[in-house]
Design a protein around this ligand. Structure first.
Ligand code: ZN
Length: 214
């Protein structure tokens, strides 16, 4: 099951229009859209979220409370985990380190760390990713007793993982929670925020118009 609410974008006259379906008349000029040609035919706006199980060997994030579409604010705390090659999420929280194939990661953002130009992970890296992740997950330091919300938390686990993995193009020695967010997470949350804002506006109005003058 896909949770994509299916926002479509189309253009008739002055600007781009967004909605959950194509209305019979143009919101801007009132033209009959069943007979009038559209400037841009309807296309589905790319849904930025994935089920973690569909995003193997990546970093995954979601709001600590609630979900992105309904609850996320730019100031919200994010929970972070790592998927293995089977799409199983390894996450560290107040219950200690655990792995999760399904339930709570249905609407997450996936952050690829090592991919080639075709967005694929080399099999050798994939094997090393799993080896590193599974080895780290067995370390007894990730216990519920040692967990603290502010200083030894989900980010500590992911930072330790990245430091062990040493992916190309990432200076892991100097990586902190702040630099991890700035370099890797914010580009993804910023794109998602645009989609979230559009979705929320469409819950209260049928059409969102982005005209050249707006
Ligand atoms: Zn129009």
């Amino acid at each position: 099951m896909n949770l994509d609410p299916g926002i479509i974008c189309y253009q008739h006259c002055e600007g781009r229009l967004f909605g959950f379906s194509l209305p019979p008349t143009c919101y801007l000029c009132g033209a009959d859209l069943t007979t009038e040609p559209l400037t841009t035919p309807p296309f589905r706006v790319p849904y930025p979220f994935v089920r973690a199980s569909q995003a193997p060997c990546t970093i995954v994030i979601k709001p600590s409370r609630g979900d992105f579409l309904h609850d996320y604010r730019s100031s919200s705390d994010l929970h972070i985990g790592v998927t293995d090659s089977e799409g199983c999420v390894f996450e560290y929280d107040s219950e200690g380190l655990h792995s999760d194939y399904t339930s709570s990661w249905t609407q997450s953002l996936s952050v690829p760390i090592i991919t080639d130009s075709s967005n694929q992970l080399d099999p050798v890296w994939q094997e090393y990713w799993d080896f590193t992740l599974h080895t780290l997950a067995h370390d007894p330091c990730w216990s519920m007793e040692r967990y603290t919300e502010t200083s030894f938390n989900c980010y500590s686990f992911v930072l330790e993982f990245l430091q062990m993995l040493g992916p190309p193009g990432l200076n892991v020695k100097t990586l902190t929670k702040t630099s991890l967010c700035a370099q890797l997470l914010i580009p993804h949350t910023a794109t998602a925020a645009k989609y979230i804002s559009l979705y929320r506006r469409l819950l209260t109005q049928k059409v969102v118009a982005v005209t050249n003058s707006s």
